[in-house]
Structure formats: structure tokens, C-alpha cells
Write a protein that binds this ligand. Structure first.
Ligand SMILES: NC(=O)c1ccc[n+]([C@@H]2O[C@H](COP(=O)([O-])OP(=O)(O)OC[C@H]3O[C@@H](n4cnc5c(N)ncnc54)[C@H](OP(=O)(O)O)[C@@H]3O)[C@@H](O)[C@H]2O)c1
Length: 331
């Protein structure tokens, strides 16, 4: 085990958060029960905000950024984990209130760790990352609600070419749902069709304000965009259908009407991956292991070295990332 290692740390710079690479030792890490050697992390939208300093993600400083990590247990004071166990961590306040994944080593609470399914390497697990795990939570919520059924009406995925959207498309298509992908990037249609999308809708169409009840089209939907897009999706959802809302890539407001809820029994299912209980996490990862095609997964992500974090953060905030970015943690 190396004595010193590199981490991406957010510090206070005259009252503003500023990120940079720092050299740490194990003594610098929090005093939690499980020491994990991190091999891979990812870049999510929230990471983009944290690394660039454009969003106040860290609620205390200094903070090691990175909301996801995958790696191997090195030391454990918990009976639940042993050296050599392969683990994945998504959320639990990593990079907000707890030190996160952009660090070769991290100490974590035992209850934050999820056992990595045998089906995945740590690199693949981070190819999925919080985005993919959240997509699985969304599909799980739609199925549990009874809103969607294989071979039934179309299921809408917004922000389809993004991280959450790509995995949602692949998971839904694999289960036999007809998937319509909403994207603002026509050049991604071939990629999305490869993941199983059978229909496409320009994201500008969903951004148009319309009547609160429109022609019933969607059995359900996974929305990572929010705002008018979510309102339009709700207004076009069939009686008894549901939209799982997990994101705000477009907007945070909900400028709509209650009519879809009270006249069509449409459900708005909120999805928070950060504090999701362990049983839902296990179910989501089991779904990913069962339904996520390996070729589809490989086509969804690329691997980048840790020193590229600043430019990757800018790219994700500018909407220039297709699918997912895995970060190799070395040093
Ligand atoms: N609830 C949770 O626990 C949870 C977990 C993970 C992520 N999230 C949230 O989910 C959202 C998506 O995350 P992600 O990792 O998939 O991000 P991402 O890879 O950046 O994808 C977001 C996608 O949204 C679309 N988009 C971006 N700006 C838009 C705009 N102004 N109007 C309409 N569409 C727009 C784009 O899709 P197209 O290019 O296809 O148009 C983009 O690829 C983010 O808001 C993130 O914070 C929430």
C-alpha cells in the first residue's frame, strides 16, 4: 500500500469552493470502519458542479469530490466486510458531507457499501455509476407502481443520450417495453437505437407549453430533465400511468397543472438515489446485472485518467458528454 496518494479536493478559496489535486496520506482520511482501495469513479452532473466550482455541492470543506466509487476492501473493523471484498458506493452524501471517490484510498461506513455483483468489473460498475443505478431505481419504481407492461404503450425517456437516459433506455428495452427516446442530439439516434430505442422525439417538442391534458401517449416515463419537459410528459401520460422524475438537467421548476393527477390518475414518482435504502440498492444492482447487456454497457462509457477531471467537469456541464465517463483512479 502506498504511503501517499492523489485525491481531488475542494478547498475554501476566499469564501468560494475551489478544486485541485492534493497529496494525501491514510492518516488524512476520515475515521470510518472500512478502508477501500478505489480503482474507478465517474463524472456525474453533480461532480461537474463540484469539480468546476460552479455549484456548492460540498457542505463542508475540505472535501474529497466524487459521488461514486468502486474498489476493493483493504481493511475492515466491521464483521460485514473483509479484505478482498469488491464494493460499490453510490451517494450517501459522498462529496457533499462525506469524503468521496476521487481518491486512491477512502474510509467509509460499512452501511454505505453495496456488494458488487459478480457480473461486473469495478470499471463496468462505474460505467453504470450513480446515473445507471438511478435509472434502475426509476424502472423499478415504474414496474412496482404497475404503470408499464412489456409490449404495452410507449415508455418515454427524456435526456436519453445522457447517463441516466442511456441506461434507462437499455434496461426498458431489454424488458420488452417500447421505448421512445427524447433527445436534443439527432446524431445520437443510432447509438440510442443500438440500446433498444424504437422511437424518437425532439426534446424541443416536449419543451413547448401545451394544454394540461393532451393526447394520451406514454404508459410511463423516466425523466431526468424536469421543468416544462416533465409537465408535458405528465400531460401526455395515459390514465393510470406514471413518470419517474429523477433529474433537473433542464430545469428545477414544475410549471404545470394537477389535471393529469386528478383526472387521469397519473402518478409522479420521485426518485432520490442518494439516501435510497439498501434493499432498493440491491434490487437496482440485481436488475442491472440481469438486464444490462454487456455490449450495450461497453458502448455507453469511456475511460479517462483522473488528471482530466477539470475538463471532463466542464464538458458534462456543457452537455457535451454522450453516455458515461469512467475515471481511472491512480496515483
Ligand atoms: N435523483 C437522483 O438521485 C439523481 C441521480 C443521478 C442523476 N440525477 C440527475 O439526473 C439528471 C441527469 O443526470 P445525468 O448523469 O444523466 O446527466 P447527463 O449525462 O449530463 O445527461 C443529461 C441529459 O439531459 C439532457 N439535457 C441537458 N440539458 C437540457 C436542457 N436544457 N433541456 C432539455 N434536456 C437537457 C441531455 O440529453 P440529450 O442530449 O439526449 O437531449 C443530457 O444528455 C441531472 O439533473 C442529475 O443531477 C439525479
Amino acid at each position: 500500500m502506498t504511503d501517499t496518494f492523489t485525491a481531488f479536493v475542494i478547498d475554501d478559496a476566499d469564501g468560494k469552493p475551489r478544486g485541485g489535486f492534493r497529496t494525501l496520506t491514510r492518516e488524512d482520511l476520515p475515521d470510518h470502519d472500512v478502508l477501500v482501495e478505489v480503482s474507478h469513479s465517474t463524472v456525474n452532473y453533480k461532480d461537474g458542479l463540484a469539480v468546476s466550482g460552479k455549484g456548492r455541492i460540498a457542505r463542508k470543506l475540505p472535501m474529497v469530490a466524487g459521488i461514486d466509487l468502486a474498489g476493493t476492501v483493504v481493511e475492515s473493523r466491521s464483521p460485514d466486510w473483509r479484505p478482498g471484498d469488491r464494493v460499490v458506493v453510490n451517494g450517501w452524501g459522498l462529496s457533499e458531507t462525506q469524503w468521496g471517490g476521487y481518491s486512491r484510498y477512502q474510509r467509509l461506513k460499512p452501511e454505505w457499501l453495496t456488494r458488487l455483483p459478480d457480473a461486473f468489473t469495478p470499471e463496468e460498475a462505474m460505467g453504470i455509476g450513480t446515473a445507471g443505478y438511478t435509472a434502475a431505481l426509476c424502472v423499478d419504481a415504474l414496474e412496482s407502481w404497475g404503470a408499464i407492461r412489456p409490449g404495452g404503450k410507449e415508455v418515454l425517456v427524456t435526456g436519453a443520450a445522457g447517463g441516466v437516459g442511456s441506461v434507462a433506455v437499455a434496461l426498458l428495452a431489454r424488458r420488452g417495453y417500447p421505448v421512445t427516446a427524447s433527445t436534443g442530439r439527432p446524431e445520437t439516434h443510432e447509438y440510442l437505437a443500438g440500446l433498444g430505442a424504437t422511437g424518437f422525439i425532439d426534446r424541443a417538442t416536449l419543451l413547448e407549453k401545451g394544454p394540461p391534458l393532451q393526447k394520451e401517449r406514454w404508459a410511463g416515463g423516466v425523466d431526468s430533465v424536469g421543468g416544462q419537459t416533465l409537465v408535458t410528459a405528465l400531460s401526455q401520460t395515459v390514465w393510470g400511468g406514471a413518470i419517474a422524475a429523477c433529474g433537473l438537467a433542464g430545469a428545477t421548476d414544475l410549471p404545470g397543472s394537477v389535471f393529469p393527477f386528478i383526472l387521469r390518475s397519473v402518478a409522479l414518482l420521485g426518485i432520490d438515489s442518494v439516501m435510497a435504502p439498501q434493499d432498493r440498492r440491491d434490487r437496482a444492482w440485481a436488475r442491472l446485472a440481469r438486464d444490462l447487456d454487456r455490449d450495450a454497457l461497453t458502448s455507453m462509457y469511456r475511460v479517462e485518467p483522473m488528471d482530466k477531471l477539470p475538463e471532463l467537469a466542464d464538458a458534462i456541464l456543457a452537455g457535451q458528454i454522450r453516455g458515461r465517463v469512467v475515471v481511472r483512479i491512480d496515483g
